[in-house]
Design a protein around this ligand. Structure first.
Ligand SMILES: Cc1ncc(COP(=O)(O)O)c(C=O)c1O
Length: 476
């Protein structure tokens, strides 16, 4: 851990002795989290010089910090922050910020954190080979195409057309920083402020945030547990865009059949509206062959001019890659590129070049196939463990696909209580309410989402047993 930078440390200048003022100033830095646990403090001599204090003043303040447990002194090595923010140190002014941070950084990728693939299984050595190969290419160091590395767009175009029947060519693909950036660009390129966007409820919370912050109006479309998207609601709407996850509705895990997809395409044509298709995890269908993408269907009848197709490598490879893509109609290429330029400029080129080779050399498909088999096993293990632990008390409402399972129950623990108590045991669950905007229809049942992607197969049953213990201890 690095040394702290004294930065703006100042004494309050009140009537108390200098060493007490220094103690308080350092204590505040520590409890507010600005000086991190295990970071090294400046030597007493250096701090005395920097703050124009006597060395004795600094020694005295440090000794007090040691005595009160904020700092530890290591013989011959100096002084180190020794506080991981126990609650009793949290000062009321900074508490909400710190607590938020604590919740978000808990076990971000642990079991059953939704949306995380099996990180242990990623073929790191092979990936490293491609990264190393490209990292010494000085031609990649300068500014690059904001649309994305051309060989990557070429290989991606082949993959999307062969595996998802997406109608595309490299000119129509824009490489983005995850699907997240593609979603913002899609809205900004097609809508005016205050325009209405239809969105599934419950739905992808990251999209709700984009709609709200960009000043569009969210028009909710209910997704009914086990049945699916209320398509009639769309026909009656004059919204300018529809955001949808047709192949594995997130998070309810339903799909739209071909007829429903065609009806949506027809609606978009008649109203002159846009469809933003988020095809985030179609590689992982366990029960049947995946449906053709909505964009591909639209192209077959010459109507893909109204569809923006969005995808991501977060599930197939790993989230930290931060690479996604959008396939846009001809008319949107230039507006999307202008927006990409404004939002981030080009995307990291070495990573794109490595990814392009990774796909061309067959490593991508090999990995996806292997992971499809593994996730299918994990999914089965989840179903078995849920049945074993909860019997008929809980229903699984999501289809056999993707990296998550959605649960529903009527009688029992409140969903938020379950989530909070599980978090204390380092198990991550998402309450269904997390995916609902304030406009979502009311619900008289509880739900949670469990991601099994990054949960070890052998851990699934014991973790479920832990969850069951909490569930039954807190039945209402
Ligand atoms: C519905 C949905 N869309 C897209 C993504 C991928 O987002 P990103 O590429 O920004 O990681 C996810 C990931 O969890 C998702 O759940």
């Amino acid at each position: 851990m690095a040394s702290v930078d004294v930065g703006d440390l100042v004494l309050c200048g009140d009537k108390s002795p200098k060493h007490a003022q220094l103690f308080e100033a350092i204590r505040t830095k520590i409890v507010s989290g600005m000086w991190r646990n295990r970071a090294q403090l400046p030597s007493t001599r250096a701090l005395a010089e920097e703050m124009d204090l006597s060395r004795n003043t600094v020694i005295s303040a440090y000794e007090q910090l040691v005595a009160e447990g904020y700092v530890e002194s290591r013989r011959g090595a100096g002084y180190y922050v020794a506080v991981t923010l126990p609650e009793r140190f949290i000062d009321a002014k900074v508490a909400p910020k710190l607590l938020n941070r604590a919740v978000k950084t808990a076990p971000l990728n642990g079991a059953f954190s939704p949306g995380v693939p099996d990180l242990e299984q990623f073929p790191n050595a092979k990936w490293q080979r491609f990264i190393t190969l490209h990292s010494s290419r000085s031609s990649l160091l300068g500014n690059q195409s904001r649309q994305g590395y051309l060989p990557l767009r070429e290989t991606l175009s082949d993959y999307l057309s062969s595996s998802r029947s997406v109608r595309c060519d490299p000119r129509r693909i824009v490489i983005t920083s995850g699907a997240q950036q593609a979603l913002s660009i899609a809205l900004l390129a097609t809508l005016e402020r205050q325009d209405k966007v239809l969105m599934e409820q419950p739905g992808y919370a990251q999209m709700t945030k984009v709609i709200e912050i960009l000043g569009y109006q969210l028009e909710p479309v209910e997704v009914i547990a086990g049945q699916g998207f209320d398509i009639q609601r769309v026909f009656n709407s004059d919204a300018k865009a529809l955001y949808i996850t047709p192949s594995n509705q997130y998070p309810m895990g339903t799909t739209l059949n071909t007829e429903q997809r065609l009806e949506l395409i027809e609606w978009a044509k008649q109203r002159g509206s846009w469809i933003i298709e988020d095809d985030y995890d179609s590689e992982f269908q366990f029960a049947h062959r995946p449906y053709t993408s909505l964009q591909g269907l639209a192209a077959n009848i010459g109507l893909d001019e109204r569809v923006i197709y969005v995808g991501s490598f977060s599930k197939t490879l790993f989230n930290g890659l931060r690479l996604g893509y959008m396939v846009v109609p001809e008319s949107l290429i230039e507006p999307c590129l202008a927006l990409k330029n404004i939002l981030s400029g080009d995307s990291p080129t070495h990573t794109q070049a490595a990814l392009s080779d990774f796909i061309v050399e067959g490593e991508f498909l090999r990995h996806v196939r292997k992971m499809r088999r593994l996730y299918k096993h994990k999914h089965q293990a989840m179903l078995a463990a849920i049945k074993h632990e909860f019997g008929d008390d809980i229903d699984v409402i999501s289809q056999a696909a993707g990296l998550h399972i959605t649960l529903k129950w009527q009688q029992g623990i409140d969903e938020r209580t379950w989530v909070e108590l599980a978090a204390k045991q380092n198990i991550v669950l998402r309450p269904l309410s997390y995916y609902e905007s304030s406009l979502a229809p009311a619900r008289d049942w509880h739900g949670v989402v469990l991601g099994f992607g990054n949960a070890a197969l052998s851990q699934i049953e014991p973790l479920m047993a832990q969850l069951a213990k909490i569930f039954y201890q807190h039945r209402t």
